[in-house]
Design a protein around this ligand. Sequence first.
Ligand code: GLP
Length: 257
Amino acid sequence: MIRPTSPRVTVFHNERALAHATAQRVADLLARNPRVVLGLPTGRTPVRLYRELVALYARGRADFSQATTFNLDEFFGIDASHPGSYRTFMVEHLFGRVNLSPERIHFLNGAAPDPQAECQRYEDEISAAGGIDLQILGIGTNGHIGFNEPARELAARTHRVRLKTETRRANAALFGGDPGRVPPEALSMGMGTIMQARTILLLATGKSKARCIARLLDGTVTTRLPASFLQLHADVDVLMDEAAASEVTSAPRRAAP
Ligand code: GLP
């Protein structure tokens, strides 16, 4: 296979080293461009990254005061203040702990009466902000990014989506451990929304991600593995720990410094 220049693959010894390096990269970007527009994920994977960013902020090494954020997705049918909402997650892990300005924090409203209009509003706000400079992504065990689930067709723009059983199971911890209480639908940035970000960092940790990471890097692009579309983007870093990288054979691996 011809070696691509993107995605670049970097393997860290462990989750801690990955989070540390990624937080430093975000802090450097904030220093270079204080008005940077960040796209942010939820899930277990970015928790350590957010902890590191909070620590950098506390030491005066990261300043979010001029930055703008857009989160990738939100459950549909619940209010932002619901304990299981992604908004609540972000307040707990990042928004409530750094100096982001509330008016520059953007989120899809899962309780919007007109979801289509809500999705359009989000697209318009991303455009008005000048687009996303750095989009940070996690990955679902089935290869989803945001809530773009594997399917025959994928949506390009922000849209309402029905969640797969495995995705509701993976998100059960936010709803008292009961997959049945996870909302069956969500609002999510589309594939085009994500792909228009200037730079993308995909973070993956743990053995459960090894299979889909190997497929993501195998050179084919398929709607059955939405993350495989990242191979079409010119500036993507796939950052992972040893466990997530354990099944990668086809891509050149760079060991983290
Ligand atoms: C969720 C989110 C994704 C996230 C993924 C992985 O369903 N919508 O944005 O990347 O699951 O989550 P985790 O990091 O907990 O494995």
